[in-house]
Design a protein around this ligand. Structure first.
Ligand SMILES: O=C(CO)[C@@H](O)[C@H](O)COP(=O)(O)O
Ligand SMILES: [Fe+2]
Length: 217
């Protein structure tokens, strides 16, 4: 069964406490938290102060996706705010290896995200150091976008790279995930599915999470 990570970007911020409780009481595994700086991506979301507030109410793993330039400046602050998994973009990291070591030294699991245009072989020399790879299946910056089909091929390639190395790095897919494409993504090799719009726009979000969780059963 896939790991399900509802993306809080699509939650109702006027009723954030209610939406956190919904995720707590669902079959979801992680909270997916998108941090955007208006520089790496053309949107600004929220930062560590909101995340540390959320941490007081949330009962599941915090999967933090940093869409910011110079992520190295904020690693310890996100650890303090409550991140369990911290993912930086390859495209935003001049010293990716150093960033991964810093994330682990701060007590978190370390992930790398790839934009749709970045080939998975860019991870050849770092994959063994990673706990997670996040395949962006939309251009980062916004929820509710259409899934880019080419991402499926990237998931397959990455699954083979992980198998060839005999490691257990988690493959997470983020962007445009729906109940229709979820079975294809799991079959291609995805371990974790991020879902924003699909969960929070559903008439019954708890039921939608249950259905996503049952994919590939
Ligand atoms: O990182 C991002 C967007 O940049 C995502 O995590 C979105 O928040 C996913 O939302 P949906 O595409 O599932 O609506
Ligand atoms: Fe994300």
């Amino acid at each position: 069964m896939p790991i399900i990570a509802p993306s809080i970007l699509s939650a109702d911020f006027l009723n954030l406490g209610r939406d956190i409780e919904m995720v707590n009481n669902s079959e979801a595994d992680w909270f997916h938290l998108d941090v955007m700086d208006g520089r790496f991506v053309p949107n600004i979301s929220y930062g560590m102060s909101i995340i540390s507030q959320m941490k007081k109410a949330a009962k599941k793993t915090f999967d933090v996706h940093l869409m910011i330039v110079e992520p190295e400046k904020y690693i310890t602050e996100f650890a303090k705010a409550g991140a369990d998994i911290l993912t930086v973009h390859l495209e935003a990291s001049t010293h990716l290896h150093r960033n991964i070591q810093a994330i682990k030294a701060a007590g978190m699991k370390a992930g790398v995200a790839l934009n749709p245009h970045t080939p998975v072989h860019m991870l050849d020399d770092i994959l063994c150091d990673l706990d997670l790879v996040l395949i962006m299946s939309v251009n980062p910056g916004f929820g509710g976008q259409k899934f880019i089909d080419h991402s499926i091929q990237k998931i397959r390639q990455l699954r083979k790279m992980i198998e060839d190395r005999g490691i257990d790095t988690v493959i997470e897919v983020d962007g445009g995930v729906t109940l229709e494409n979820a079975p294809i993504l799991v079959k291609a090799g995805a371990d974790a599915l991020v879902a924003g719009n699909t969960v929070f726009s559903a008439p019954d979000p708890v039921e939608m999470i249950k259905k996503l969780k049952a994919v590939g059963k």
